[in-house]
Design a binder for this molecule. Structure first.
Ligand code: ZN
Length: 208
């Protein structure tokens, strides 16, 4: 399957979906999935630069397992989700952590241009229960999480979201980040890899 080079129609993200990550930021694991949106204009691709906005003093990586929707899904049951998934994709949910803490909505913290690097879509659909996501900064591993450790599984997330908003072909669901988030500085190279499935690496630069 060719890479998607058209942006998703919408990007639905999930917060606090790994217990260790919720804990490291001082949060409880939510009782229902915590969802928010990133704008499609935040997407960049392999090798493109992540720009650190001057409005933030602390921008962090969040390596995530992304799910690309293949067919329209409205109020689907968990059992019917898998056939509606097109592919798995590596996602970096880049976040201005200071602005996330100071703003009650996360739109600014999550929504800057270049804050959503995406890898290539997987050529086939891998086993959703045995995915691993790894983040490296300058070649050093910073995060490693497994889909089996998620608070809410991939099928339960998509079923939940589809009860709120119709998921349409090409939409992207970013399923949350494991523990180990940390800052990016100018000159870094950050890589998100779902081994054997998808990867994306990007240089980081100050806003000029
Ligand atoms: Zn995230």
């Amino acid at each position: 399957m060719p890479a998607i080079r058209s942006r998703p129609g919408k990007i639905v993200c999930v917060g606090r979906n790994y217990p260790e990550h919720a804990k490291e930021l001082g949060n409880e694991v939510p009782k229902e999935p915590l969802i928010f949106l990133k704008p499609p204009s935040s997407v960049v691709w392999q090798g493109e630069t992540i720009v650190l906005p001057s409005a933030s003093r602390r921008v962090e990586y969040e390596g995530e397992i992304g799910v690309v929707v293949g067919r329209s899904m409205t109020r689907v049951s968990e059992n019917d989700v898998t056939s509606g998934i097109r592919s798995i994709i590596a996602v970096n949910d880049v976040t201005a952590r200071d602005l996330q803490k100071s703003d009650s909505q996360w739109t600014r913290a999550k929504g800057f241009d270049t804050f959503c690097p995406l890898g290539e879509e997987s050529s086939e659909l891998p086993d959703l229960d045995s995915l691993t996501v790894v983040t490296r900064v300058n070649g050093v591993e910073r995060q490693r999480g497994k889909s089996s450790e998620m608070v809410f599984s991939i099928p339960s997330l998509l079923a939940y979201i589809s009860r709120i908003m119709t998921l349409e072909p090409g939409d992207l669901v970013a399923t949350g980040t494991p523990s180990g988030v940390g800052p990016l500085v100018s000159g870094d190279i950050v890589e998100i890899e779902i081994p054997g499935v998808s990867r994306v690496s990007n240089p980081v630069q100050e806003d000029q």
